[in-house]
Design a protein around this ligand. Structure first.
Ligand code: ZN
Length: 125
């Protein structure tokens, strides 16, 4: 699912979207609001559901409940970002280059980041 960046305004736009793949089944819900600052938007939401992880000790696959709170800054004009702006480093910045906020891409990159973490299955705890 994509949300056109140009449709975002000062009134928070709520979204709720489910995505299922072989190794996860999640719902991504939250709000996106346009801020005046540097033509950026702020997305805050949560990704909940189940993800299949691989244990780093025994290599067994196992399912884990997911509850991730995420906040991103979105911008469609990255060149306007002033150099040396250290104020927003708490958030990941996503460049919306084709004019659409791609929720699938955000979900998949979050899940991949979780997978790259170190995991132990219950038996190995
Ligand atoms: Zn294990």
């Amino acid at each position: 699912m994509t949300i056109p960046f140009s449709h975002l305004g000062p009134v928070p736009k709520h979204f709720e979207y489910s995505l299922k793949e072989d190794d996860f089944n999640v719902t991504f819900s939250g709000d996106i609001v346009r801020t005046k600052l540097y033509e950026m938007a702020t997305l805050s939401g949560e990704i909940t559901g189940r993800v299949t992880l691989e244990c780093d000790l025994c290599a067994e696959s196992y399912e884990e409940e997911l509850h991730e709170t995420v906040t991103f800054r979105l911008t469609d004009t990255p060149h306007k970002r002033p150099e040396g702006d250290m104020g927003e480093q708490d958030y990941d910045i996503i460049e919306v280059l084709d004019g659409n906020v791609d929720l699938d891409e955000i979900i998949i990159s979050e899940i991949n980041a979780i997978k790259y973490d170190y995991h132990k299955c219950e038996a190995c705890q």
